[in-house]
Design a binder for this molecule. Structure first.
Ligand code: CDP
Ligand code: MG
Length: 831
């Protein structure tokens, strides 16, 4: 297109700088108007042109009356029989017994740390204590308490719970605000939000004017947003002597927070815990006539554990044969030839669904009454296990078992079910992620089954490769999981791994800031004007590795979010406002800029949710063939667009489910993509990258090569070179050398990719490096859209880009281009 004769970057820069400057949250009325700051500091790259609504002048008298009214309403509710019952319940919680100590300490100290066992009442009670003490001291109408939660789901469920405890309605005194969703009103005094929402508020309101209390819940989790907030708060507190900070944590390592905040007091809430009988894998097997021994043989799958039949003449019990069946999972077949002596194996790299089923069944038939909580690694294996159990004669019988799931993306109706009491004779089984470890407390549990793993993002700074693989949990997590069973009465916990594996667990989980890529964090630091990235991070609770910081800064420069001097570019400013990874943000920005947003919305949403293309092991071939039908233009991303568009049509005809079934697509993922698309669209609107006229930003959405270019602009430098050798492909990336395509990728089926490059979103390191998804791109696309050359190197960039364009016209420059291409190729070859 002739429009491309100038640098893509120049165009993008011009485009972005012409956009009206606005930040999500100001229009959105993210916080009650009274507490929104109206003197916004000019932070980030934008001048804030529009000012926010002016504070309403409210007289002291009105405030006094409002405060009185608040306390009277509360007293009236407490007198009702329902209110009495609720108050009684609240008073029974360990936290309630510390109410005065907590209130006093908060009034005397700027920072207070509260630690206590999960379920003791920190999350639901402490914010209420503060609210009530403010109301009692007649400051109820002016206080503004913000309580952060690491997850959307807890922000929503806690606020819902608190209004029930107070006999109020959500959105009045108590509300919540999570990304793009919220229930809050003008008079909201206690607001639950995610840490991310508070961080974005800091973008427009550096001093948190009007906020009286910040409560940060679950700080022990050490999420990246939380660690970042802590560092920001530490710098903010001296400027805001009236502001109070309360940190709440499970009984893990509270001292580290206290010493970070100059010896702030720690209030320890004593908990009530019942004894828990603990079984490791060998104990589970003990009564069965089998024993477990580690085989020294290490193969691709890690260490193999032999399950040996004991020589004693103990008659093989009923359980023994079940265990034989239970452990003889699909993975076993892989070993059956190699391990002659051992009957069966335990593979530490797989969760054994059969064993879980066996244990559940055993508890249901022989165990005392009480709910069962099963810790799985993630949403996908929760769903697979659920499907398996539903087909079981006992566990799938709704008259005997109430089978529930508990994970970060469950609906609020699903959530409510978890807390509900079950009828006598029915057993509640909850399949959960580690969300049930500390943030959600289910009361009637007596049994815990722990797979010992969690899907944790980890990051290998040396190879600059993020991995999202299930990994062993820490000892602290195992203890937390165990503790879930002994809350109401003595419990039982089954760890599905041997004790020696437990002994090798790390004591604590590494904080996220030390094990994830820091790109988003670095952008935030820049957009909050917090000075140099490395300087700021050196003042964090625990500073990340300097190599990881360097990688992140280099990356941000490469994609054009930071300039040579580490200043935020205009693009970077936009990326900081988008609540997603910078590469996905950049794709959306470019999609809007080049007016082909629709497919890009689908692609980014698709990369955010669980892979919608299902590949059940038994029928992998069929599933892959189904995906291949959508294959188009050598791109998994374009295949997804086709699958989604087809689903959309089917959905309108009300046959969406059938469509998914036929094409091996996950209906849940499709629905999630659908709603994420809408979410992204409203974010883009709120930062005014697009307006309300969909037709204007979708003009070129059928231009496949343009969409390919946008994909490339986002995914660069995730590039691998494609070289054809005889009848096979040789794929290489700069960091890893030889790589392979995941068998699910449409490109894995075709060895004739007519493009020299593949861009990819995700690579996973298992034994070798696999690219999970890819889109083929041409030299020109890569040259034009791959990354951005910083302002400091305009000359070099012009040479590169200009050289390419003029290639068509002037033979002399064609040589430049060829040299360049050869250099690029060589670069890839040598690595
Ligand atoms: O934050 P912490 O783990 O200390 O406890 P919490 O979340 O404040 O919960 C305290 C108690 O409130 C729990 O033990 C539950 O009995 C109850 N609760 C409930 O019944 N329903 C909820 N949605 C949340 C809590
Ligand atoms: Mg809590």
């Amino acid at each position: 297109s002739p429009g491309l004769h100038r640098r893509v970057d120049d165009h993008l820069e011009k485009y972005l700088s012409q956009k009206p400057k606005s930040i999500d949250g100001s229009q959105d009325n993210m916080f009650p108007t009274e507490i929104v700051n109206n003197n916004i500091a000019n932070t980030g790259p934008f001048e804030q042109k529009e000012s926010l609504p002016k504070n309403k002048a409210v007289s002291d008298d009105t405030l006094f009356r409002r405060s009185m009214q608040l306390s009277m309403e509360q007293q009236a509710w407490q007198k009702s029989s329902e209110g009495q019952k609720m108050l009684e319940f609240r008073r029974s919680l360990p936290a309630y017994k510390e109410k005065d100590a907590i209130s006093n300490s908060i009034s005397k100290n700027q920072v207070v740390i509260i630690s206590g066992e999960t379920g003791c009442g920190k999350t639901t009670q402490v914010p209420q204590f503060i609210l009530e003490s403010e109301i009692n001291s007649m400051r109820g109408a002016t206080c503004s308490i913000i309580c952060t939660q690491p997850r959307r789901i807890s922000a929503m469920s806690v606020s819902e719970r608190i209004v029930i405890e107070r006999g109020e309605k959500l959105g009045e005194n108590v509300g919540y605000k999570v990304r793009l969703e919220g229930m809050k009103g003008k008079n909201t005094r206690l607001l639950f939000c995610t840490s991310g929402v508070l961080l974005r508020r800091l973008l427009v309101d550096r001093d948190l004017k009007g906020v009286t209390h910040i409560i940060m819940d679950e700080v022990h989790e050490r999420g990246i947003d939380e660690d970042f907030l802590l560092t920001v708060m530490k710098e903010l507190l001296p400027c805001r002597p009236e502001l109070r900070l309360v940190l709440m944590s499970a009984t893990i390592n509270a001292e580290i927070f206290s010493s970070y905040f100059n010896g702030a007091p720690v209030i320890q809430i004593p908990g009530i815990t019942h004894p828990v009988r603990t079984y490791f894998l060998e104990n589970i097997l003990e009564s069965t006539g089998y024993s477990l021994t580690a085989d020294n043989q290490i193969d691709d799958y890690g260490q193999v554990w032999k399950l040996n039949k004991q020589t004693s003449n103990k008659r093989k019990s009923h359980i023994a044969s079940s265990v034989e069946e239970a452990l003889g999972s699909a993975d076993y077949s892989e070993y059956s030839q190699q391990t002659q002596d051992s009957l069966l194996c335990w593979n530490p790299n797989c969760i054994n669904f059969n064993l879980i089923e066996y244990l559940l069944c055993n508890i249901c038939e022989n165990g005392k009454p009480g709910g069962i909580l099963v810790f799985m690694t993630g949403w996908d294996d929760i769903i697979s296990l659920k499907e398996k159990l539903q087909a079981h004669s006992v566990l799938g019988d709704p008259n005997r078992v109430l089978l529930l799931t508990c994970h970060g993306s469950m609906s609020s109706s699903e959530q409510r079910l978890i807390f509900e009491k079950v009828d006598d004779g029915v057993r509640k089984i909850v399949l959960a992620t580690n969300i049930a470890e500390t943030s959600i407390t289910i009361d009637d549990l007596v049994f815990v089954i722990d797979c010992g793993k969690a899907k944790e993002a980890s990051y290998d700074a040396l190879n600059n490769t993020p991995c999202l693989l299930p990994s062993w949990i820490s000892k602290v997590s195992a203890k937390q999981r165990r503790g879930r069973s002994g809350r109401v009465q003595p419990g039982e916990c089954y760890h599905l791994y041997p004790q020696c594996v437990y002994d090798s667990f790390a004591d604590f989980q590494l904080p996220k800031i030390l094990r994830t890529p820091l790109q988003s964090l670095c952008l935030q630091i820049k957009s909050l004007n917090l000075g140099s990235i490395s300087g700021f991070l050196s003042r964090a609770l625990q500073s990340p590795d300097s190599l990881a910081v360097q990688n992140a800064v280099e990356y941000l420069k490469l994609i054009g979010a930071l300039d040579e001097k580490e200043n935020l570019t205009i693009l970077g400013g936009y990326l900081a406002m988008l609540p997603m990874e910078p590469k996905h943000g950049k794709m959306l920005v470019m999609g809007a800029f080049l007016n082909c947003l629709d497919p890009i919305l689908t692609i980014v949403a698709g990369l955010t949710v669980r892979d919608p293309f299902l590949a059940p092991l038994e029928i992998k071939e069929l599933a892959e063939a189904a995906k291949a039908q959508f294959s188009h233009g050598f791109s998994d991303h374009l295949a997804l667009v086709r699958a989604y568009n087809g689903w959309k049509v089917a959905e309108r005809k009300r046959i969406g489910h059938k469509y998914c079934w036929k094409n091996f697509l996950s209906p849940q993922s499709m629905k999630a993509i659908d709603s994420l698309r809408r979410e992204f669209q409203s974010v883009l609107k709120s930062i005014r990258l697009i307006d309300n006229k969909a037709s204007s930003y979708n003009t070129y959405c059928y231009d496949e090569n343009l969409v390919r270019a946008v994909i490339c602009s986002g995914l660069y430098p995730g590039v691998c070179s494609v070289v054809h050798k005889d009848n096979s492909l040789s794929l290489k990336t700069m960091e890893d050398g030889q790589v392979s395509l995941h068998s699910k990728s449409v490109n894995a089926r075709d060895f004739k990719i007519p493009y020299p490059w593949l861009v990819f979103n995700k690579k996973v390191k298992v034994n070798s490096v696999y690219l999970q998804d890819s889109t083929a791109v041409s030299d020109s696309t890569l040259l034009l859209f791959g990354g951005s050359i910083s302002i400091g190197d305009v000359e070099g960039h012009m040479k590169m880009m200009g050289g390419y364009f003029e290639f068509f016209m002037e033979p002399s420059i064609a040589i430049t281009y060829r040299t360049l291409k050869r250099e690029l190729n060589e670069l890839f070859q040598t690595k």
